[in-house]
Design a protein around this ligand. Structure first.
Ligand code: ADP
Ligand code: MG
Ligand code: MG
Length: 879
């Protein structure tokens, strides 16, 4: 380790070095390489930060010497000196992690300014105002970031000075005002710290680099990393660069732009700028900036050059870029470029357009979309026909609809959101410290800040609706109220945000299901050309089946039949079946259920138009069809006490007896699945009959041959499947003979118990297919009950990183995934053409799908709405 290189001059780097230089450093170096104007500098590598973290904050021995050597080289190249009384060099010290974390870590600007240099800087350009403005900014940032002085102490002084001078903007303060502010800021720090800030710029540099290292570990940075699945041990690089000054007067400016609209993906001008300002004013949302288009009038040459640079950068990176720039006295400098965070809709639009433009291949385009982004598009939107008027309007900073109760601070938003309440976070402006509240809220409304502020960038990246800079609202944080015009809303009142238009409504608006647009269909369509895994849907009704087909399902991988037993018109017959005293009585009740089941299957088969349908025979324990034990006992007691109708009482008692008889301590592991069918073979017989009759009727009527697959649940022993298969085959033969017809019917089983996975080779002797029921396999494989664990210890495990994720959402790769692997391998060892499906919720989860691809399964099956995501994720899994 001792010869690890910690310091890189900007000219040594390039875009491929982001693990060492961080994204910002690597891209700055790349821009420099491309001949784009970037202030010169050097980068302290992520390795230095990691080494420092590992040594509890102690820098590696030679790091400081290396920094000084790099600084010396920078001084030579620029012809300026840090802290010099002539031609002083001022520095920016910037964080820059491997994965961008907008605004989550720290930056110190104008470092190197002091009582002497401020004069030199002012004299050099004959612009003392700008020099003093830079000085007060430095004191504020250094005090806050490096020394931990509470930021509001500086803000309060600034606000009060502006009030005393009767001015609105920082830019309206005079040189003398700024001098006064510098003195005041020094006092603020002295009072807080009991000492002066270090005057030696080298010492400041060391403090600043160290503060950037430490900012990797702030609570907000951790929260952001957790929300974005970024590991905690990567560390940040530190970029030390020469300052360029957007606050050098009216021909100077600073801004942020995107090469395409990050909300919609449309290829159009999107950006903001501020004249006579430094970048923090824009990205931190301190002043609400002006639309970029206006820069054409103010700074025409820099504007033209910026547009050209935007085009160059986009075609170089072949991706939408998010760019920070500064104009110093008419000269343009680029300060950052990165792949732009975008909404889901924008991601699809950009990917599709870039294929049309010939920039990307379809495969590359698929890589530009994350499966979670498709998910976001499947969320509800505001009903376009709501006919209500907004109470106010802000900037459409991140699209989507948010309906929720007003809250005014991030902690409350986080707590309520965690408790499952829908809240909208309202802030004057959001700071990176609010990140946990943004995550907890349905949406964010701010009175202040622009569309390129960090708050907006982060909201878009997370798919959170955000309306920013709604200047018509007044927020009273003490009273916890929001006032618009003459209406005042208290905390807890519900509002609706439309992040696509910027409209804010003082009530809850109706939401409607999402519309799948052409971009979405195109991307998912390309996925179909690439993926190997089949995608089916879990559907129990004709409506779901139709939806599934519409969304591209290639069949039904799981049709549960219990809902067919639950419907109100069947429940009496089902209860009679359960309460039957004899086999004849039971058969009689089942006869009544048969035509209803047949009708259900006809609906599903018709909707699937000849695609395969896997019907799972009855799975839940019978008591689920009976009243609850406690309730039924109470009913009997009540009837006894009131001495009501004797007939009613006796039937209530009979039912109670049966409820007691069927009661189980642990129904999940009780008499369910094929165990039930082993006890009551009449049930699978009736179900098989209904399925075959339905299939024949639909074929007759629609002329489509249905792919009938009958699936036996909860098999642990090969002998269970053998018996059940015989029952099914016997009934199929009977029915076909009676009808004088032929029909292909396959019989398979769920693999949802560890024993079944282990003896899959034995089970496969009797199966045409397996379907891994990964929900139950997770419960039985890990030995946890989903209903008890989720919200209980499981959430704590995930929060404390005992396990990487909820195993009911993403399959436990090593454990439950291992059982799937064993089941698949052993099953295929006995029967090489065995079809292997998955029908748990994991069938719609992208990371689980990647595992199923790796294991060579035949298809996944998921809820109809997740079918497009599964199609896409299956393609991503083979790329
Ligand atoms: P963040 O991650 O918060 O965006 P940055 O490191 O990008 O942090 O810095 C914040 C802002 O500081 C930038 O938007 C830019 O405008 C300004 N800035 C950074 N480096 C310089 C520099 N060398 N000269 C002038 N301004 C700078
Ligand atoms: Mg930045
Ligand atoms: Mg199951």
């Amino acid at each position: 380790m001792s010869d690890t290189q910690y310091l890189y001059d900007m000219s040594e780097g390039n875009a491929s070095m982001r693990t060492i230089l961080g994204g910002k450093g690597a891209n700055l170096a790349e821009m420099k390489r491309l001949g784009i104007p970037v202030p010169d500098g050097f980068t302290v590598s992520t390795a230095a930060c990691v080494a420092t973290m590992e040594a509890q904050g102690q820098w590696p021995e030679r790091l400081w010497d290396d920094v000084l050597a790099s600084l010396e080289r920078l001084e030579e190249r620029t012809g300026r000196t840090l802290g010099g009384a002539q031609a002083p060099l001022l520095l920016s010290v910037r964080s820059g992690a491997v994965h961008s974390m907008p605004g989550m870590m720290d930056t110190i600007l104008n470092l190197g300014i002091g009582d002497e240099t401020v004069e030199a800087l002012g004299a050099e350009s004959d612009n003392p105002r700008f020099a003093w403005d830079s000085y007060r900014r430095f004191l504020q940032m250094y005090g806050e970031v490096v020394e931990g002085v509470p930021p509001h102490l500086f803000e309060d002084e600034l606000t009060s000075l502006k009030a005393r001078r009767g001015v609105e903007q920082d830019t309206d303060l005079s040189t003398d005002d700024l001098k006064e502010l510098v003195a005041t800021f020094k006092d603020v720090s002295r009072r807080e710290l009991g000492r002066d800030l270090p005057a030696d710029p080298r010492e400041q540099l060391r403090g600043a680099i160290d503060a950037v290292f430490r900012s990797w570990d702030t609570p907000r940075a951790r929260v952001y990393r957790r929300a974005n699945d970024i590991p905690d041990d990567l560390g940040t690089a530190v970029n030390v660069m020469q300052m360029v000054f957007g606050n050098r007067g009216d021909t100077s400016a600073t801004g942020v732009c995107f090469t395409r609209n990050p909300s919609t993906g449309v290829h159009e001008l999107y950006g903001e700028f501020l004249v006579n300002a430094q970048g923090e004013d824009v990205v931190a949302g301190i002043r609400t900036p002006r639309p970029l288009a206006e820069m054409e009038q103010v700074l025409p040459e820099a504007y033209t050059q910026l547009l050209q640079t935007m085009r160059d950068l986009e075609s170089h990176y072949k991706d939408m870029q998010d760019i920070e720039f500064t104009v110093e006295e008419g000269t343009l400098y680029l300060l950052q470029t990165r792949s732009g965070k975008r909404t889901a809709a924008a991601a699809l639009r950009v990917a599709r357009d870039m294929v049309d433009e010939g920039v990307l291949t379809r495969e590359e385009a698929l890589h530009r979309v994350a499966p979670g982004q498709l998910d976001q598009l499947l969320h509800p939107a505001i009903d376009p026909d709501h006919g209500r008027s907004p109470i106010t309007k802000g900037l459409p900073a991140s699209p989507g609809a948010a309906v929720g109760a007003l809250v005014f601070d991030a902690d409350t938003a986080a707590a309520k959101g965690h408790a499952g309440e829908a809240v909208v976070l309202v802030r004057y402006e959001t700071t990176p410290d609010d990140i946990h509240g943004v995550i907890g809220a349905q949406g964010v409304l701010t009175a202040h800040g622009g569309m390129t502020s960090h708050a907006a960038v982060v909201a878009r990246g997370m798919g959170k609706p955000c309306v920013a800079g709604a200047q018509g609202i007044r927020i009273n944080t003490a009273d916890r109220t929001l006032t618009v015009g003459d209406r005042t809303f208290a905390e807890g009142e519900v509002i609706t945000l439309d992040g696509s238009t910027g409209d804010v409504y003082g009530e809850a608006l109706e939401l409607v299901p999402p519309q799948i647009n052409e971009d979405f269909s195109a991307i998912v369509g390309w996925s179909d050309e690439i993926r190997r895994l089949g995608v089916r849907a879990n559907a129990d009704t004709a409506e779901d089946a139709a939806k599934a087909r519409e969304l591209g399902a290639e069949g039904i991988g799981l049709c549960r039949t219990e809902h067919m037993f639950m419907a109100a018109d069947r429940l009496p017959a089902v209860r009679d079946m359960i309460l039957a005293e004899s086999q004849e009585e039971r058969a009689e009740a089942l006869e009544r259920i048969l035509p209803m089941q047949q009708e259900d299957f006809e609906g599903i088969f018709t909707a699937m138009k000849g695609l395969p349908v896997t019907v799972r025979l009855l799975d839940p324990p019978l008591h689920e069809f009976l009243p609850d034990l406690v309730e039924q006992s109470l009913l009997v007691q009540r009837l006894e006490l009131t001495g009501g109708d004797p007939d009613e009482l006796s039937s209530a008692r009979a039912l109670l007896g049966q409820v007691k008889r069927l009661h189980e301590q642990n129904p999940m592991l009780g008499t369910r699945g094929c165990r039930l069918a082993m006890l009551y073979p009449e049930i699978p017989e009736m179900q098989t009959r209904a399925i075959i009759r339905a299939a024949l009727a639909v074929r007759e009527r629609e002329g489509e041959t249905v792919g009938v697959e009958i699936m036996i649940p909860l098999v642990a022993y090969a002998s269970e499947l053998k018996v059940q298969r015989e029952i099914v085959e016997r009934v199929v033969a009977d029915e076909l003979e009676a009808a004088g017809e032929q029909l292909d019917v396959t019989v398979g089983t769920m693999i949802e118990l560890p024993r079944a996975a282990i003896v899959a080779d034995q089970i496969a002797q009797h199966a045409d297919f397996f379907s891994f029921g990964t929900n139950d396999l997770t419960q039985t494989g890990i030995g946890i009950s989903r209903d008890d664990a989720e919200g209980g210890f499981l959430s704590a495990y995930v929060a404390e990183d005992v396990i990487p994720s909820n195993p009911f959402e993403t399959i436990d790769k090593d454990g439950v995934g291992g059982l799937v692997q064993i089941g698949a391998e052993r099953g295929r060892s006995a029967k090489s053409d065995l079809k292997l499906g998955v029908c748990g919720e994991h069938g719609g989860d992208p990371s689980s799908i990647a595992l199923f691809e790796e294991l060579g399964l035949t298809y996944v099956s998921c809820s109809p709405f997740r079918v497009p995501i599964a199609r896409f994720a299956a393609a991503r899994a083979v790329l």
